[in-house]
Design a binder for this molecule. Structure first.
Ligand SMILES: [Fe+2]
Ligand SMILES: [Fe+2]
Ligand SMILES: [Fe+2]
Length: 455
């Protein structure tokens, strides 16, 4: 009883002591016990803690953020699952329609939106561990995805939604969970996902609509929850549903129907989301599995050395985590090629920074982060990519990101060469500075600061 009383007291007063806003206060009251004892309810919990630690809050559009990050994930899905582009977007569109037909509350729809968009987020991580073993890849991505999702702020605890998103209603799925033991959102995502993988929804002819209906009715109670299947069947006659799926731009379609998740977040709140995506990006290839993490660590050291303000530091960390987001667009056949890349493959690789830019610059508030992340292969003499920017276009943070990226890449093994030592890498940086490619001062600072950390 005393522990309950303590929990209640802490829950009710801690947010006030921290100065949280009313929404956070409610979320904290709901979640703090869970957050203390388990992994659920992270959103309200860490939001309050970041506020306590002085994070400046702003209105942040989480829908845009998740939509942008997951766009890159869609490319990785194409690479791993051989599905059509925008798989998660179509799954999300169908899931939202089912959710609305079932009368889900607005908050539930927001969480359903986030979880549907990210339902296959574990693919790169499980792909890295299980290269080539297809069935295990399928079941393992559910576990990896569940683990990753812990950093995504949700409005309610949503345990096991991702873990069980391929479970069949009759218990014949990967984990043998059946009936209503499967979380409702998992059931909705499972049905939506199976429609997109079984039918070519982007080109579905009028005649085949009946096939979809017949498939759902036949698998109702076997694969699909009857309540969820009935919700889907209730709107399959609507022309709008099919027209949206066939529309050439599903991103625009989803924007039209997506719930707006706009709350007060601080950069400290957004950082863990970027960290999750950093892990997803790094695990795309075994040769870069520590690349972004290594850059973020070194950017941290350099930011401290330059005495950057805490907001700039945090934004630089986020930019470092996401700088190679566009690598998710590049097929593994190129990323993991055992030989040197030919000129076509190299031009494909070069696109990754542009894709990073395309993904990030849709997020309001991310302007600095987008530039610092997307400019990491630009050079002062205009010989970088993707925009061939020059010295006057590149601010100090972009130059810093570029130097740290080169250092990190040089010190990592690649399929065709071993990683350089610190001394060798610094020598190359000095040569590049002399040749007018990179900033002259940063290599000296990196030698001192990073050199001290690797001794
Ligand atoms: Fe999946
Ligand atoms: Fe999927
Ligand atoms: Fe890069």
């Amino acid at each position: 009883m005393y522990s309950n009383l303590f929990a209640l007291t802490v829950n009710c007063w801690l947010p006030l002591l921290m100065g949280c806003h009313s929404r956070q206060f409610v979320i904290s009251c709901l979640y703090l016990p869970d957050a203390c004892s388990s992994t659920t309810g992270r959103a309200g919990y860490f939001r309050c803690w970041s506020h306590f630690f002085g994070g400046q809050e702003m209105n942040f559009n989480m829908s845009k953020c998740l939509e942008s990050f997951s766009l890159a994930l869609d490319f990785a899905e194409m690479d791993y699952l051989k599905v059509n582009m925008h798989h998660s977007r179509r799954v999300t569109y169908i899931a939202l329609n089912i959710g609305r037909a079932m009368g889900l509350s607005e908050d539930d729809q927001k969480d359903l939106y986030a979880l549907s968009l990210l339902h296959d987020n574990g693919l790169t991580l499980s792909g890295l561990k299980l290269r080539g073993r297809e069935f295990e890849l399928m079941s393992d991505h559910c576990i990896e995805g569940e683990r990753n999702i812990l950093s995504i702020p949700l409005l309610k605890p949503r345990e096991n939604v991702i873990k069980y998103h391929h479970e069949n209603y009759d218990g014949t799925g990967f984990y043998g969970i059946s009936g209503e033991d499967i979380p409702l959102f998992s059931q909705i995502i499972h049905l939506s996902d199976s429609l997109d993988t079984k039918f070519n929804l982007t080109k579905l002819g009028f005649q085949r609509r009946e096939d979809v209906k017949e498939h759902v009715m036949r698998k109702r109670k076997k694969f699909f929850s009857p309540i969820v299947a009935d919700a889907l069947l209730s709107f399959l006659h609507k022309e709008r549903f099919w027209a949206d799926l066939l529309f050439y731009n599903i991103v625009e379609v989803l924007n039209r129907v997506a719930p707006q998740i706009v709350y007060e977040y601080s950069w400290e709140d957004i950082f863990p989301i970027s960290e999750t995506f950093m892990k997803i990006i790094d695990s795309k290839s075994k040769f870069t599995y520590r690349h972004s993490r290594g850059i973020t660590e070194k950017i941290g050291l350099m930011s401290t050395f330059y005495n950057f303000a805490s907001e700039k530091k945090m934004k630089l960390h986020i930019a470092a985590n996401l700088h190679d987001l566009g690598k998710l667009y590049i097929p593994n056949s190129i990323l993991e090629k055992p030989d040197k890349l030919d000129s076509f493959e190299f031009s494909e690789i070069k696109k990754h920074t542009y894709f990073t830019k395309l993904a990030l610059d849709k997020i309001p508030g991310f302007e600095d982060i987008t530039g610092w992340a997307a400019n990491h292969h630009e050079k002062l003499n205009g010989r970088g990519y993707p925009e061939s920017l020059t010295a006057e276009d590149l601010d100090f943070e972009s130059r810093l990101m570029g130097v740290v990226d080169i250092y990190q890449a040089l010190t990592e093994d690649r399929p065709y060469r071993e990683g350089s030592t610190h001394r060798e890498a610094i020598k190359i940086l000095y040569d590049m500075a002399r040749g007018g490619f990179i900033d002259k001062q940063i290599p000296t600072d990196a030698d001192n600061v990073i050199g001290a950390s690797v001794k």
